[in-house]
Design a protein around this ligand. Structure first.
Ligand SMILES: Nc1ncnc2c1ncn2[C@@H]1O[C@H](COP(=O)(O)OP(=O)(O)OP(=O)(O)O)[C@@H](O)[C@H]1O
Length: 265
């Protein structure tokens, strides 16, 4: 019997992913060890191509060729019980342009919680999700007529429908103006604080790191650091997470060169 849920939402040990077809698939995640604490916002940050989306896809079990240990909400990734406990928003907003905001949500709610008996529950869930993302005044608008930021919020509302314990958000603020980015981050903090939900959110914009409780900094398929923004700045003796990240990159590069030179002697 489980009395208290574990304090860790995602636990990875030796997590490895190989991608690509043919005889020589590439290792795109290389033996990662990390934990994502529950009830907090963990930012997954690193340059384009470092493996953020692949890591998220492994967590939500849409990625093939995953090896190592990967536990999510106390179950192995991909366990059927996790389906309703995780909300996932991909980089491209997955909404139907020819449906209104409410129709999009009604559709996904019907998939999640089907049957006539659940109609009232579905309506309440849809109302709540629309309110959560602050789209009440646009509920009747066609998704195809919304701005990029509004479409992202519809996608987020879909992910919120099942009141997930873990929200996995792949670059949700990409291409948004500073005001919309700030509003979305405020919403993430609201969701984490009021629902106790865990949020794993990726970005390649380093200033967004400052908005996270915890950070996983990635580079070239590896975890460079797992820290809070404050601890990272202190440890690297820098004033921003971006400078701290660059210092860690330089240190890792110097260490790699030293190893190569030692091996060449
Ligand atoms: N279908 C695929 N087949 C082979 N390799 C792939 C495939 N998709 C991605 N990759 C490679 O895997 C690596 C990690 O890609 P991934 O999309 O996870 O990075 P990312 O950090 O999310 O990048 P971005 O910020 O640009 O979305 C990259 O080197 C990419 O080229």
């Amino acid at each position: 019997m489980m009395n208290n849920p574990p304090a860790v939402a995602v636990h990875a040990h030796g997590l490895t992913v190989r991608r690509g077809t043919g005889r020589t698939p590439r290792t795109v995640l290389d033996s990662l060890d990390f934990d994502v604490p529950r009830g907090r916002i963990t930012g997954l940050l690193g340059p384009s191509g470092c493996g953020k989306s692949t890591l998220m896809r492994a967590v939500v079990a849409t990625q093939a060729h995953v090896t190592g240990t990967l536990d999510v909400l106390g179950r192995p990734a991909g366990h059927p019980e996790l389906r309703s406990r995780i909300g996932y928003v991909t980089q491209a907003p997955s909404v139907y342009d020819d449906l209104t905001v409410r129709q999009n949500l009604d559709y996904f709610a019907a998939v999640l919680d089907p049957g006539r008996a659940a109609a009232d529950r579905r309506r309440a869930a849809v109302d709540r999700a629309i309110t959560d993302v602050d789209l009440t005044s646009r509920a009747g608008a066609l998704a195809g007529n919304l701005s990029g930021g509004q479409r992202s919020r519809v996608s987020l509302a879909v992910a919120l429908l099942g009141t997930p314990e873990l929200l996995v958000l792949d670059e949700p603020t990409v291409g948004l103006d500073p005001v919309l980015r700030r509003d979305l981050w405020n919403l993430f903090h609201d969701i984490a604080a009021t629902r106790g939900a865990t949020i794993l959110v990726s970005s390649h914009v380093m200033d967004e790191a400052e908005r996270c409780h915890d950070l996983l900094l990635m580079r070239e398929g590896r975890i460079l650091a797992q820290d809070t923004p404050d601890a990272l700045r202190t440890r690297t003796d820098t004033t921003t997470v971006e400078e701290g990240f660059l210092r860690l990159v330089d240190e890792a590069g110097a260490a790699a060169r030293e190893t190569q030179e030692t091996q060449a002697r």
